[in-house]
Design a protein around this ligand. Structure first.
Ligand code: PEP
Ligand code: MG
Length: 593
C-alpha cells in the first residue's frame, strides 16, 4: 500500500480500479505525400477541421448545460483556434509546399504554435498549451481514424489517472463512471480542478509520480478532502473508505435537497452562511452549495498563481467576475494577505526568521503602498458593480487600522481627481486574528463597519501554535478555553455596538463547533462552500436554546480536550448522521464499529 500526497481540489472519497490514460498516441513521425495528392490531403484536412469544430460545439453546449456557461466557454477558445485562418493557411502551406501529409502538417504546425505558449511569460498563456494538445489530438484522431479513448462512454466505474486530462476529456466525464481523478500535474486553477469540482467528482492534482506508481486495473483510493491517493490499499483500508464513499454519496444527495432551505434553527433563528473562496470560478459552486454570498474572498491567490504581479486591471477583472457571478449577493473582498505561508516568489521578500510574526499581510501592504493602492483602486472601481465590502486582514494595532484606512481614503481621492466612480459608502471591516485586537474589540468596532474573526490565525497567535506545523497539530484547536473566551468577547462587543461580527476561519465549517458558535451569539459564518450543506443541516436540527446551553457549559471547561469531547458528543446527539471524509472521522467510525 502506497500513499501519495497531492492537492485536494474536489472533496469526497472514491474507491475504484484505476484507468491510466497515457499520452502515447501523440507522436506522429514525418510523413510525405506525392505532389499529386495535395488536393486530396487538403480536402481531408478541411473535412477534419469542420467535423472537429462540430464535435467541439456539441461538447461546449453539453458542458454549458451540465456545468454552466463559464466552463463551456473553455471550448470557444478551441473553436476559435481551429478556425483561425492564419493557422489553416499554415496547415495548407505545409501540405502544398512541403508535401506533408495532413496528419504531419497538423502535428508540425501545432507543435510550433504550441512553443509560443510554452515560452510565454504569462502563466495563463503557458497553461493554454493543454488546449493546443487537445485540439491536436482531436484533429489527428479524425485524420487517422484512430478511436480516441472516449471517457464519456466507460463500461465500469474507474478512477482516472493521467499526467493531466485535456479540457475536453474532463468536460466529457460521466460522473456515474468516473468516480475519482488523480493527476500528476496541475494546481487549483487547472481545468481539471475547475471541472472536477463543478461536477462534484473527488479529485487530487499535483500527485507526483502517480503515473509511475499506478497501472490500469490497480485498486486506488482518492481522498479529495485530504489531497491523498492510496495505491493498492489493504482490505481494511478499502472497507473503511468504501464505507465513507457510500455514506458520502447518500449524504450529499440528501443534503443537496437543503440547498434552497434556510439555515434556520428549530426555534426560528436565521443564520447567514457565506462561502470562502480563493478564485472567481468558485462562486458558482459556493452558490450551488447554498452560500448566501461570499464572506471571505482571499485575493492574494491572484499573486500566487502567476509569476508576475497582477495589474490593476487583473485585479479589477477578477473582482468584476466574482460580483457578476454573485448577481447581487454580497462579497467581502479581503485585501492582500501575502507573506508567511502565502509567499509569492516574484515579490522577492527578504527571508525572515519568524515570518508569521514578521512583515506579512497588512504590514506588508503598508510597507509597499504602491502595490496596496493598485489593489484598492481595483476594489473601489469594482464597488459600483454590486454589493462589495472591503476587509483588512491581520490588523494588530489601532495605528495599523488607521493607516490602512488612510491609504484607502487617499486612493479614493485619486479616483475623485480622475473622475472614476466608486461607492463612497463602501463598508469597511477588519479581521480579528490577533489577540491584541480580540481583547479590545470595541475600540476597533468604533472605527469599522464590521469585524470577522479569522479563527485560523487567532488560534495560532493565541495558543502559540504554528498552524502549518504537523508536530504541534494536536495543540491547534478552537476548543481551547482562551480561544472560546476571545470569540465571546468579540461577539459581545459587536452586539453592544450594533455591528456585525462574523467568523470566517475553518472552525465555522466544523460541525463540532456549530452549537458553540451559535450559542456564543454568532449569526454569520463564512466557510468552505463544501461544508455549507452539512452545517446547514445541523443548524436545522438544533434550537438556539440548546446551543446556548452548550456554550455556557463549554465556557466553564478548563482544557481543550475536555471541551472537544463534550462538543463532539453534543453534536452527535442532535446530528447522528454526521459524516466527514477525513481521518478524524475514520477514527470515530472505527471506534464505533
Ligand atoms: C483565518 O486566519 O482564520 C482566515 C480566515 O484567514 P486565512 O486562513 O486566509 O489566514
Ligand atoms: Mg488569517
Amino acid at each position: 500500500m502506497d500513499i501519495l500526497q497531492g492537492i485536494g481540489v474536489s472533496s469526497g472519497v472514491a474507491v475504484a480500479k484505476a484507468l491510466v490514460i497515457s499520452d502515447d498516441q501523440l507522436r506522429i513521425g514525418s510523413q510525405s505525400i506525392d505532389p499529386s495528392e495535395t488536393e486530396a490531403e487538403r480536402q481531408k484536412l478541411l473535412l477534419a477541421i469542420s467535423a472537429s469544430s462540430e464535435e467541439i460545439r456539441d461538447l461546449r453546449d453539453q458542458t454549458s448545460r451540465r456545468v454552466g456557461r463559464e466552463t463551456g466557454a473553455i471550448f470557444d477558445f478551441h473553436i476559435g483556434l481551429l478556425n483561425d485562418p492564419e493557422l489553416i493557411r499554415t496547415f495548407v502551406g505545409l501540405i502544398n509546399n512541403n508535401h506533408f501529409s495532413a496528419e504531419y502538417a497538423v502535428y508540425r504546425a501545432l507543435r510550433d504554435y504550441g512553443k509560443i505558449f510554452t515560452d510565454h511569460a504569462d502563466a495563463y498563456f503557458r497553461d493554454r498549451i493543454k488546449d493546443i494538445y487537445d485540439i491536436e489530438r482531436r484533429l489527428l484522431s479524425k485524420l487517422t481514424g484512430a478511436e480516441r479513448l472516449r471517457i464519456g462512454e466507460l463500461a465500469e466505474p474507474v478512477v482516472l489517472v493521467a499526467s493531466d486530462l485535456t479540457p475536453s476529456q474532463t468536460a466529457s466525464l460521466d460522473k456515474t463512471m468516473v468516480r475519482g481523478i488523480a493527476v500528476e500535474s496541475g494546481g487549483k486553477t487547472s481545468h481539471t480542478a475547475i471541472i472536477a469540482n463543478s461536477l462534484g467528482i473527488p479529485a487530487v492534482v499535483g500527485v507526483e509520480g502517480i503515473i509511475r506508481e499506478v497501472r490500469t486495473g490497480d485498486t486506488i483510493i482518492v481522498n479529495g478532502h485530504e489531497g491523498r491517493v492510496i495505491v493498492d490499499p489493504d482490505a481494511q483500508t478499502i472497507a473503511e473508505n468504501r464505507f465513507l464513499e457510500q455514506r458520502q454519496i447518500r449524504h450529499t444527495t440528501e443534503l443537496d435537497r437543503l440547498r434552497d432551505q434556510p439555515a434556520r434553527t428549530k426555534d426560528g433563528v436565521d443564520i447567514t452562511l457565506l462561502g470562502n473562496i480563493e478564485f472567481p470560478h468558485e462562486v458558482e459552486s459556493a452558490l450551488t452549495k447554498g452560500a448566501m454570498g461570499i464572506g471571505l474572498y482571499r485575493t492574494e491567490f491572484l499573486y500566487l498563481g502567476s509569476d508576475k504581479p497582477p495589474t490593476e486591471d487583473d485585479h479589477y477583472a477578477a473582482y468584476a467576475e466574482v460580483i457578476r457571478r454573485l448577481a447581487g449577493k454580497p462579497v467581502i473582498i479581503r485585501t492582500l494577505d501575502l507573506g508567511a505561508d502565502k509567499y509569492s516568489a516574484h515579490m522577492n521578500l527578504p527571508v525572515e526568521a519568524n515570518p508569521f510574526l514578521g512583515c506579512r499581510s497588512i504590514r506588508l501592504c503598508l510597507a509597499s503602498q504602491d502595490m496596496f493602492k493598485v489593489q484598492l483602486r481595483a476594489i473601489l472601481r469594482a464597488s459600483v458593480l454590486g454589493d462589495v465590502r472591503l476587509m483588512f486582514p491581520m490588523i494588530s494595532s489601532m495605528l495599523e487600522l488607521r493607516q490602512a484606512k488612510y491609504v484607502l481614503k487617499d486612493t479614493m481621492e485619486d479616483l475623485d481627481e480622475e473622475g472614476i466612480p466608486y461607492n463612497r459608502y463602501l463598508r469597511v471591516g477588519m479581521m480579528v486574528e490577533v489577540p491584541s485586537t480580540a481583547l479590545l474589540p470595541k475600540t476597533y468596532l468604533r472605527e469599522t463597519d464590521f469585524l470577522s474573526i479569522g479563527s485560523n490565525d487567532l488560534i495560532q497567535y493565541t495558543l502559540a501554535v504554528d498552524r502549518g506545523n504537523q508536530r504541534v497539530a494536536s495543540l491547534f484547536t478552537g476548543a481551547h478555553p482562551a480561544v472560546i473566551h476571545l470569540i465571546r468577547r468579540v461577539q459581545r462587543a459587536g452586539k453592544s455596538e450594533v455591528k456585525n461580527v462574523s467568523l470566517c476561519g475553518e472552525m465555522g465549517g466544523d460541525p463540532d463547533f456549530t452549537m458553540l458558535l451559535l450559542g456564543l451569539g454568532l449569526r454569520t459564518l463564512s466557510i468552505t462552500p463544501n461544508n455549507i450543506p452539512e452545517i446547514k443541516q445541523l443548524i436545522r436540527e438544533i434550537t438556539l436554546k440548546q446551543a446556548e446551553k452548550v456554550a455556557r457549559k463549554a465556557l466553564k471547561m478548563e482544557h481543550a480536550q475536555l471541551t472537544l469531547n463534550f462538543l463532539h458528543d453534543e453534536m452527535r446527539r442532535y446530528h447522528p448522521d454526521f459524516y466527514r471524509a477525513d481521518v478524524s472521522t475514520l477514527a470515530h467510525h472505527s471506534e464505533e464499529a
